[in-house]
Design a protein around this ligand. Structure first.
Ligand code: HEM
Length: 473
């Protein structure tokens, strides 16, 4: 098992051995589920058993297991899902459309003024939308302290999942003895950078959950707040004696929305820009559809979504082609189980290999190619497996932000294509710089930095963008 891109190795083992691959990595065993049907059977049909998360000593010690995404299944997790579903469910998420459209216009303005910094602007845009939605907080610039906090937090959590010495400890569920063992291993033990990691991780997870939450509370008492998920949850949970019911759960729910939302949609947006360079004919087809359906030099709105099948196909393919979270988040069964004659012990770490599912050649012929047309089959062919059924996970732990993410991705992609041409950049000798498809691998993947040339499609669209942004500021 390699240390990176485990999903690709597990996919290949799956082709050899079947849907379920059991791997014993030194002392920590994992199961990879390589097929959609097996994931649905275990995580959805048997959801009462497969909805918990494996606990790992370092995650626990660093305080990450308090986040709803890492919590064991139980009352607090259910409460947090209720809080999030109230705002991010399919019908309520439309309340964010205006915000998402405004942020898309700011993204266009950034691309207009400093196109070479497109990666800064896509990152800022994802952070800006979710921070405003979660806390009513206006992101100041790309170096905003809360966005930096979320970045550091996600990286630290990623490290905690993979830190080797701790992973060598027995894999069974956490118990106090193990916690004590890790906590009291002396700092001089070679290779045990984990004391530092634990301290830093704990500070980070605490800051991520409580700093933006406390700032929102303060703005509510000053009367300077902007309505948000947090302010609304505080309002409806405030009791007459001045307390806030479920206060820590409110803070944790908002924190996970911003941590999960800030680092994921940006990956799809940058993947989309990369695909436009490598598959220019898809860009032309998308622009042709926009010009025909909504008109030239006009910025799209969320209402246009249902009338733009090719743009929707581009969004689906950007999500499928380079899976954002290839293994999603691990599930674990709370009781022993048997599937197709295989014994699955309680507490084992199980990953849905979303990467493998999105590269299944029976669903997606030539899966390594970016082909939006596969989402618009003609001649009576069936539509392939909906990307939203795999990309966002499964069962009771499925991503609560998927409708929000879908809207952000649509409005950003449609607006960028309506406004700009995306082409390969040239080097000092005038030769085109052909980008390579190369990703920083982690539990969320991001394209490595690449160069491109982004230019407005007309003078008219330039002034339309400027007017749209002036209207917001
Ligand atoms: C392209 C964007 C996104 C992708 C690909 C994505 C993907 C995922 C995946 C694969 C999971 C794990 C599901 C499972 O365990 O089966 C997940 C969980 C989660 N996501 Fe997302 N996500 C995205 C955006 C968002 C956004 C915008 C939010 C915030 C509103 C969000 C909030 C969460 C939360 C809170 C969880 C934990 C759910 C739980 O453990 O109950 N995600 N996401």
């Amino acid at each position: 098992m390699p240390g990176v891109s485990e999903w690709e190795k597990a996919r290949r083992w799956g082709q050899e051995h079947g849907d379920l691959v059991f791997v014993k990595n030194l002392v920590r065993p994992y199961i990879f589920i390589n097929s959609y049907d097996a994931a649905v059977e275990l995580f959805e049909k048997r959801g009462n058993n497969y909805s918990s998360r494996p606990q790992n000593t370092l995650i626990e010690l660093e305080g990450w297991s308090q986040l709803p995404s890492q919590m064991a299944y139980g009352d607090e997790h259910r409460k947090s899902r209720q809080f999030l579903n109230r705002f991010f469910g399919p019908s309520s998420v439309t309340d964010f459309c205006e915000l998402q459209t405004k942020v898309a216009h700011k993204l266009l303005f950034g691309l207009l003024t400093e196109p070479d910094r497109f990666e800064d602007f896509t990152r800022r845009s994802a952070g800006e939308t979710i921070m405003m939605a979660a806390y009513g907080y206006e992101v100041s610039n790309e170096k905003d302290p809360y966005i930096a906090l979320a970045d550091r937090g996600v990286r630290s959590l990623s490290e905690a999942k993979g830190f080797s010495l701790v992973n060598l400890l027995p894999w069974s569920n956490l118990n106090d003895e193990r916690l004590l063992l890790v906590r009291y291993l002396p700092e001089w033990v070679p290779g045990t950078g984990f004391h530092r990691l634990i301290k830093e991780g704990y500070k980070l997870s605490h800051a991520m959950v409580f700093e933006p939450y406390e700032a929102t509370k303060k703005s509510m008492s000053d009367g300077t707040y902007i309505s948000s998920v947090t302010s609304k949850l505080i309002e409806v949970n405030s009791t007459e004696d001045g307390n806030i019911a479920d206060e820590p759960t409110i803070a944790k729910s908002a924190a996970i929305a911003y941590a999960a939302g800030a680092d994921t949609t940006v990956s799809t947006l940058n993947t989309f820009i990369l695909a436009m360079l490598l598959y220019p004919e898809t860009q032309r087809r998308g622009q042709e559809e926009l010009d025909r359906v909504i008109g030239k030099d006009i910025l799209p709105t969320m209402e246009d979504k249902t009338n733009l099948p090719y743009i929707n196909a581009l969004c689906n393919e950007a999500l499928r082609w380079q899976t954002v979270a290839p293994l999603g988040l691990a599930h674990c069964p709370t009781k022993d189980d048997v599937y197709n004659g295989y014994f699955i012990p309680a507490g084992i770490t199980i990953y849905a290999n979303i990467w493998a599912m999105q590269r299944d050649p029976l669903e997606y012929p030539e899966p390594e190619k970016f082909i939006p047309e596969r989402w618009m089959p003609s001649d009576g062919k069936r539509t392939p497996l909906d990307v939203y059924k795999t990309q966002f996970g499964f069962g009771r732990r499925t991503c609560p932000g998927k409708h929000f993410a879908a809207n952000s991705i649509f409005i950003d992609i449609a607006s960028i294509l309506a406004a700009f041409n995306i082409e390969m950049a040239s080097d000092e000798n005038g030769a085109q710089i052909i980008p390579v498809v190369d990703y920083v691998e982690g539990f969320v993947r991001h394209p490595k930095p690449f160069k491109c040339k982004i230019t407005p499609r007309s003078d008219k669209i330039t002034s339309t963008i400027k007017q749209a942004v002036e209207a917001i500021l």
